[in-house]
Design a protein around this ligand. Structure first.
Ligand code: RIB
Length: 301
């Protein structure tokens, strides 16, 4: 089983600030770093570092070669990435405050030049039983979900950033939702984690739900089963890509046929390690590091 991720590729401009800038305020940053990012790229790298064969498909501009190199170095297949002439690579402006919390502005750039024809081309290399992963940072997303499902692929969606996707009929094509509470609230209208899962399973009865809950851990749900897990103790340096790390490790665990308990443990540890480091994709650990990490569960979830 292999993973096709049609996902975003961004250059992250990460500014260290005391606090997130307020309306009307001008704020000096103490540090600026450029990192490889994009929810798509981060999730491909996480799944590859977790031990799965991943193909990343998407679009960059002429300025995006560093993103392809970084994916390749992590073992992600990059032959399906195209260069969109005249449209710059997507980028993000990220503020990280003194507590490691972030806020992000994304400019889609080449990620938003993906057409239905591009989607058909990407999907033509995959078949029934392969996993299709995507997020809400590319164009032609509803078409991609529908075509992947019609092909018999297992369709996994991280509906982030949620936007108009919350009410899209294209969610009907999804087999696995990997989402946080905010996205869960916007899709279902429920704020309680158990109620979010109940509402999603009622609306999409055959789906699996992986709900991440920040400091409260995570909750997995499918028909007839619920499993929760807590978080691990690490000092937060930068929370960017913690959610992406979880997504990649979770899907990789499913691909490898691991038990849900094992998958939740490994994905939660990997995310905790990512939070303890600066940057997006550079903060994602590989599976050896996760397996040998000396970190402790501080909440039971
Ligand atoms: O989830 C973190 C990512 O969101 C960043 O890397 C940024 O590029 C945005 O896509």
């Amino acid at each position: 089983m292999k993973i096709l991720n049609i996902g975003s590729l961004n250059i992250d401009h990460v500014y260290r600030v005391d606090h997130v800038v307020a309306p009307g305020e001008t704020l000096s940053s103490t540090e600026l770093n450029l990192f490889c990012g994009g929810k798509g790229l981060n999730q491909s790298i996480a799944a590859a570092r977790a031990g799965t064969q991943v193909w990343h498909a998407g679009k960059i501009g002429n300025d995006g070669a560093m993103l392809v190199s970084s994916l390749r170095e992590c073992g992600v297949h990059t032959d399906l990435i195209q260069v969109s002439d005249g449209i710059p690579t997507g980028h993000a402006i990220i503020q990280v405050d003194r507590h490691g919390q972030n806020c992000i502005i994304v400019h889609g750039g080449a990620n938003t030049s993906i057409t239905p024809e591009d989607i058909d081309g990407f999907l033509s290399h995959f078949s029934a039983g392969d996993i299709f992963l995507t997020q809400n940072e590319i164009s032609s997303l509803p078409y991609a979900l529908e075509q992947a499902k019609k092909k018999g692929m297992l369709v996994a969606l991280n509906p982030s950033p949620i936007g108009d996707l919350a009410s899209s009929p294209a969610l009907d094509w999804v087999d696995i939702f990997i989402l946080n509470e905010v996205e869960g609230l916007q899709i279902t209208g429920e704020s309680n984690p158990q109620e979010i899962c109940t509402a999603l399973l009622r609306r999409y009865p055959r789906c699996k739900v992986m709900l991440t809950l920040g400091k409260s851990g995570c909750l997995y749900a499918e028909e007839g089963r619920r499993t929760s897990h807590g978080i691990y103790d690490t000092a937060a340096v930068d929370t960017t890509a913690a959610g992406d790390t979880f997504v990649g490790y979770f899907l990789s665990g499913l691909c490898l046929g691991n038990s849900i308990e094992d998958i939740l443990t490994t994905a939660s540890k990997a995310s905790a390690i990512a939070v303890s480091r600066a940057g997006a994709s550079v903060s994602i650990p590989d599976r050896q590091e996760v397996a040998s990490a000396d970190i402790h569960l501080i909440s039971r979830g």
